[in-house]
Design a protein around this ligand. Structure first.
Ligand code: ADP
Length: 266
């Protein structure tokens, strides 16, 4: 069944902050460079690649010398504004090594909900892919708010990456996390937890096995990854959840190797 992953033509990759920064808060240049190498290699094979990248706040904190994440929203948004620019500077530099052009796309939920702006986003992404450019997509933190009558947040980048898959009608979402996949229980608290290799349907029982986030950089935890997987299954596409420690794992995944958890309907 996983053999078919070789044929995936349009692929969304989601990378979490924990794969871009070391636990001490410094930038993981080796990891980012390997990611740029692998994604460019996929492009060279003729695949269409979109990257959804978290990391703006973590990279901004590193740039500005913050040790702890401030509680106030304006401060977080300011750090994110610095970090987003810095993150793109690092990506541009690493991708330039492999002569791969990238583009920054910042989205909010209202943009993808409102039909005209949604079409505009879809057209822009299609055009970028036609031009062999890798779009690097993130939530537009500086304008996104979550208020009673005005929801513009995606919630987290797990949801954003699944929405990008829907918008672009992609074949596969590769979600890189700080864990090897989805387990029968949180492996950090239960040593007997078993890794699921294949999930064809997301039942209430499976959702009840997903706990919260794993690191200070984590976002929604496993529950939000399963919600994203649900979107992907609803769209009749596939998702692989795997460890982002070594981005070269993406090449093995596309070779059909039994890595991480593969979510795909029967
Ligand atoms: P990311 O950095 O990818 O956003 P998160 O911290 O949001 O990662 O989510 C991954 C974490 O979810 C894991 O490190 C783990 O601690 C936790 N987790 C909770 N329940 C499970 C489960 N059933 N299987 C795997 N991981 C789980």
């Amino acid at each position: 069944m996983r053999e078919k992953l070789k044929d995936a033509k349009r692929i969304v990759i989601k990378i979490g902050t924990s794969s871009l920064l070391y636990p001490n808060g410094n930038i993981n240049l080796a990891g980012i460079d390997e990611l740029a190498f692998v994604l460019t290699d996929l492009r060279n094979r003729g695949k269409e690649v979109l990257l959804v990248s978290s990391g703006a706040i973590g990279i901004g904190m590193n740039k500005l010398g913050y040790r702890n994440r401030p509680a106030s929203i304006p401060e977080q948004q300011a750090i994110s504004a610095v970090g987003q620019a810095q993150m793109m500077a690092i990506y541009n530099q690493r991708f330039a090594t492999y002569s791969q052009q990238t583009a920054q796309v910042l989205l909010t939920r209202d943009v993808t909900d409102f039909p005209e702006s949604r079409t505009n986003v879809m057209n822009t992404l299609e055009q970028l892919l036609r031009m062999n450019i890798i779009p690097i997509i993130n939530e537009n933190d500086t304008v996104a708010v979550d208020e009673l009558d005005h929801f513009t947040k995606f919630g987290d980048n797990d949801q954003l990456s699944a929405i990008v898959l829907q918008l672009t009608n992609a074949d596969l979402l590769v979600m890189l996390s700080d864990i090897n996949g989805f387990y029968s229980d949180n492996p950090s608290t239960n040593k007997n937890a078993r890794l699921y290799s294949r999930v064809t349907e997301l039942t209430d029982d499976l959702f009840s096995r997903a706990g919260g986030k794993g690191s200070q950089f984590g976002t929604g935890g496993m529950y939000s990854k399963l919600k994203a997987a649900q979107r992907v299954l609803d769209h009749n596409s596939g998702m692989v959840l795997a460890n982002g420690k070594r981005p070269k794992v993406i090449l093995d995944i596309l070779d059909g190797k039994d890595i991480g958890t593969f979510f795909k309907g029967e």
